[in-house]
Design a protein around this ligand. Structure first.
Ligand SMILES: Cc1cc2nc3c(=O)[nH]c(=O)nc-3n(C[C@H](O)[C@H](O)[C@H](O)COP(=O)(O)OP(=O)(O)OC[C@H]3O[C@@H](n4cnc5c(N)ncnc54)[C@H](O)[C@@H]3O)c2cc1C
Ligand SMILES: NC(=O)c1ccc[n+]([C@@H]2O[C@H](COP(=O)([O-])OP(=O)(O)OC[C@H]3O[C@@H](n4cnc5c(N)ncnc54)[C@H](O)[C@@H]3O)[C@@H](O)[C@H]2O)c1
Length: 467
């Protein structure tokens, strides 16, 4: 049994905690999978590299409206895949090498294996090489992330399927792909594979895709998606079978009856569950809530003094910028326990990198209504700003909600080109309390740039000056 000052479990955002400020600490890092975690290896980064490539592949299909005739003559899947992972895999390997062998990490021991609490502040690591080690620590950081949910569909395991963990490493592009789910992962991969020429069928139980978004955004996105690939709404997949010819047959229930779908590959994208169960946190007194998340306070500390948790393991926002923010809070609180800081989850934004993009922060209109909050609303189409004319955009818009009493923004929802970038000034305004009326009028907005979408949406809010 070896004792450490600090034990970090998980090398996603958890890995960013240990730096020169911990040089005097004896540190253990435990990682069961690929160094760098989900975002680097299987999440944000490769998906966005595929999404950008898909945007390029989709360009010819939309260029005729500008009077430019282009043709997509092919997508070299193996080249796309190998370019992307040819860049990512060495970064992950270098991160692992750095922690294992670089003299700057002389105080750090890496355990390649799965950690599981077997007592109070005692972790048993089943090494990937079969060896077992027991480590104890004064402090722990639980940063073990989440994994894809596999729904209980008859025959699914025997049939075989992909998740976001494996779909990006396919040997070749399938002719037909079914995607089960209607959230972030489904929306992004539907764009990627349909742009690459794959016949995509998206199977959703809900009445709209992306139902966590503001209802107007979700409805518009669903309508646009239906024009690009086959979208089956209100379909419950009940059985999967592998046919003798190798194809996959899915049986779905729909209000109007049973349906069969035959595809070559299946991507399951129905959510992610925290990896808390792998850690057996109860053995050290750490609480887990009904959703399976490790419970933390505003300092990111669990019920046990000195045991902190962060990221997908604990947060309802399964987003990298949230995991990174929480890692910075935990780092500070470890180094300065007498002067701890709180994490700030007031205005957590997100973006869906599909086509079109979606970005949002704050309340949806339905949430404002449910919470009985007084609000005013404005909408601004890309089609009615100069850059929208340049892009010939016909579907994009921004929707803003503001409190008429305080003049503060309550929510922002954007569907359209570069939504993930265009939204940033609104996140800033909400975070720093800048009034919507003043924001619109007391600064220059570059003409004729895309943020004029925001300027006009702000000007359209029926507000009065507050300062
Ligand atoms: C396809 C996809 C696309 C995404 N795109 C975006 C995006 O565009 N923007 C965004 O903000 N977010 C995105 N996300 C979400 C983002 O990847 C996660 O929110 C983020 O990576 C979580 O970081 P983390 O440090 O909490 O966990 P992870 O990065 O998952 O790290 C946890 C690590 O812990 C290890 N581990 C687990 N259990 C144990 C154990 N018992 N012992 C030892 N090690 C263990 C795991 O192997 C893993 O390496 C995406 C996710 C997916 C799946
Ligand atoms: N751009 C980004 O920031 C990004 C991209 C990808 C993933 N992520 C993160 O990863 C998380 C997981 O993504 P996800 O898309 O897997 O989950 P999700 O929670 O976004 O969406 C899953 C959807 O699948 C539906 N569903 C559940 N069971 C189903 C079933 N049996 N059949 C059909 N549909 C079913 C759910 O109702 C839900 O709408 C996201 O919530 C997000 O936090 C973020």
């Amino acid at each position: 049994m070896t004792h450490y000052d600090l034990v970090v479990i998980g090398t996603g955002s958890g890995n960013s905690i240990v730096n020169h400020r911990f040089a005097d600490w004896k540190v253990a890092i435990v990682e069961r999978g690929t160094f760098g975690g989900t975002c680097l290896n299987k999440g944000c980064i490769p998906t966005k590299m595929f999404v950008h490539t898909a945007d390029v592949a989709a360009t010819p299909a939309g260029s005729a409206r500008y009077g430019v005739d282009e043709e997509l003559t092919g997508v070299r899947w193996a080249d796309v895949r190998d370019r992307i992972f040819g860049r990512i895999d060495p970064i992950s390997a270098a991160g692992s090498e750095y922690r294992h062998h670089n003299p700057e990490n002389a105080n750090v021991t890496v355990y390649d294996g799965t950690g599981r609490f077997t007592g109070v502040k005692e972790l048993t690591v089943e090494g990937n090489d079969g060896a077992t080690s027991v480590v104890t620590g004064d402090r722990f950081v639980l940063a073990a992330g989440s994994r894809p949910v596999i729904p209980p569909i008859m025959g699914l395991e025997e049939t075989g399927f992909h998740t976001s963990d494996t779909i990006m490493r396919l040997d070749e592009l399938p002719r037909r792909l079914a995607i089960l789910g209607s959230g972030f992962v489904a929306a992004e991969f539907a764009h990627v594979f349909s742009s690459f020429g794959v016949e995509v069928t998206l199977i959703a139980r809900s009445k709209t895709l992306l139902r966590g978004e503001d209802a107007e955004i979700a409805e518009h996105f669903t309508e646009i998606a239906r024009g690009k690939y086959d979208v089956r709404l209100q379909h419950e997949t009940v059985r999967a079978t592998r046919r003798p010819d190798g194809a996959i047959e899915l049986m779905m229930l729909h209000p109007e009856g049973k349906q069969l779908l035959v595809v070559d590959e299946l991507l399951v994208a129905v959510g992610r569950t925290p990896n808390a169960d792998l850690l057996n946190p109860q053995a050290t007194g750490v609480e887990v809530d009904r959703e399976g998340r490790v419970v933390v306070d505003e300092y990111q500390q669990t019920a046990v003094d000195g045991i902190y948790a962060l990221g997908d393991l604990t947060s309802p926002h399964q987003l990298k910028h949230v995991a990174n923010h929480e890692a910075r809070v935990v780092k500070h609180n470890l180094i300065e326990p007498e002067n701890r800081i709180k994490s700030d989850h007031r205005f957590v934004p997100h973006a869906v990198f599909s086509s079109p993009q979606i970005a949002a922060v704050g309340l949806t209109e339905a949430e404002a209504q449910e919470q009985g909050i007084d609000y005013v609303v404005s909408r601004q189409k890309y089609a009615d700003i100069a850059y929208g004319w340049a892009m010939e955009d016909t579907t994009g818009f921004a929707k803003l909600l503001a409190d008429p009493n305080t003049g503060q923004l309550l929510g922002a929802h954007i569907l359209g080109p570069q939504a993930s970038t265009v939204i940033q000034p609104l996140i800033q305004a909400m975070s720093f309390g800048l009034g919507a009326y003043e924001m619109a009028r007391n600064q220059y907005w570059i003409h004729p740039a895309m943020p004029e979408l925001i300027e006009n949406a702000l000007l359209a809010l029926p507000l009065t000056p507050k300062s």
